[in-house]
Design a protein around this ligand. Structure first.
Ligand code: NAD
Ligand code: TYD
Length: 359
């Protein structure tokens, strides 16, 4: 058995990764460390394939004793690190938690891994610290700029992006200084099942189903590069298994729609799949005050991971969106549980009214 410590495995991408890994790898055991913040859902870990190979630990990555203890108790060979504060809007309203979790949390994990693996032997083929990061560390592109590559200089614009950039640099320094076998993936915007409904696509699907406003920040012409979450999970596992220690890999979906066009596509798909009194749902679109410092365009050059490791996204945006919508339609209990627990709509309204006051 290969014992893998997954952090943040009750959140969106982490939980999809746990499902993916238990399904794909019969000889892997997952130790899943998650603090169960607002963004986590215990429901994300229901119906796991072979749940006997999954151990859930509720705890904080900042808790040194806990992390050191887990490394020893489970003889962890591989760390895949997702846990983070991940929402840009929240980082604008309250940056401090982002610095603590994303920077100091990553540091705590690196120290625990270094201490434990130094005794075990850093050369062991299983030993790997994989850090999951974002394209937002590269900043914003102009309309004609080439896509971000692994050599694009870092230029993070939001407190979220800056905290992820900080964590990337610390990971890199542990590879360079202490020979810790690390890899980093910098990935574009994900969408798919089990995404907390504060990010664009999950929020729009659930609001559109409920006949609520579909908020578009600013002019809606910002561009993101969207990747279906399962494709991201496959990319991460490919890099953990075959990526070169010390290297970073850009991951993306090879598409760049504007926010407005993606929201319109969701409306049209929902009108087709669930025609009801809210059709046509494009009428629900509402332009609202822009996000401060809003990055205009992201695009990823995925040449390195495609050429060297043979990974490419399997889903187009259209079939990924259809699959995502179908998942939400079949899992409305999931959405209702989250809504009740977190009252996210209340949070969203507060967020908007604060911004209106600032503007
Ligand atoms: P998420 O917000 O859905 O989940 C984060 C998880 O981390 C939650 O389960 C939360 O409880 C846990 N967590 C937060 N603080 C913790 C702490 N101190 N200790 C233990 N657990 C803690 O995030 P996500 O969208 O799944 O993103 C996962 C990772 O992928 C993040 O590192 C993010 O920066 C990165 N990423 C996300 C995207 C995206 O589009 N969502 C794109 C690229 C990279
Ligand atoms: P988001 O999902 O928050 O991801 P990120 O900011 O990390 O890219 O937002 C995606 C894009 O959608 C971004 O340009 C902001 C925009 N957006 C809206 O227009 N309305 C919304 O309600 C949200 C949450 C985002």
């Amino acid at each position: 058995m290969q014992n893998i410590l997954v952090t943040g495995g009750a959140g969106f991408i982490g939980s999809n990764f746990v499902h993916y890994l238990l399904d794909a790898e019969p000889d892997v055991k997952v130790i899943n460390l998650d603090a169960l913040t607002y963004a986590a859902s215990p429901e994300n870990l229901e119906n796991l394939p072979d749940p006997g190979r999954h151990v859930f630990v509720k705890g904080n990555i900042l808790d040194r004793d806990l992390v050191n203890g887990l490394m020893q108790e489970h003889s962890i060979g591989t760390v895949v690190h997702f846990a983070a504060e991940s929402h840009v809007d929240r980082s604008i309203l309250g940056p401090e938690l982002f610095l603590q979790t994303n920077i100091m949390g990553t540091f705590t994990l690196l120290e625990a891994a270094r201490a434990f693996w130094s005794g075990k032997g850093l050369e062991h083929p299983e030993v790997r610290f994989h850090h999951v990061s974002t394209d937002e560390v590269y900043g914003s592109l102009g309309p004609d700029d080439p896509a971000f590559s692994e050599t694009t200089p870092y230029s993070p614009n939001s407190p979220y992006a800056a905290s992820k950039a900080g964590s990337d640099h610390i990971v890199r320094s542990y590879a360079h200084t202490f020979n810790l076998p690390t890899t980093i993936t910098n990935c574009s915007n994900n969408y798919g099942p089990r995404q907390f409904p504060e990010k664009l696509i999950s929020l729009i699907i659930l609001n559109a189903l409920a006949g609520k406003d579909l908020p578009i920040y600013g002019d809606g012409r910002q561009v993101r590069d969207w990747l279906f979450v399962e494709d991201h999970c496959e990319a991460i596992w490919t890099v953990v298994k075959r990526g070169v220690p010390g290297e970073t890999y850009n991951v993306g979906g090879n598409n760049q729609p504007t926010n407005l066009s993606i929201v319109e596509s969701i409306c049209d798909l929902l009108d087709e799949l669930v025609p009801d009194q809210h059709t046509p749902r494009r009428n629900l679109i509402k332009f609202v005050t822009d996000r401060p410092g809003h990055d205009r365009r992201y695009a990823m050059n995925i040449g390195k991971i495609s050429r060297t490791l043979g990974w490419r996204p399997r889903h187009t945006l259209q079939n990924g969106l259809r699959e995502t919508i179908q998942w939400y339609l079949s899992n409305m209990d999931w959405a209702n549980a989250i809504r009740e627990r977190n009252e996210y709509q209340k949070w969203v309204s507060k967020n908007y009214s604060q911004r209106e006051k600032q503007a």
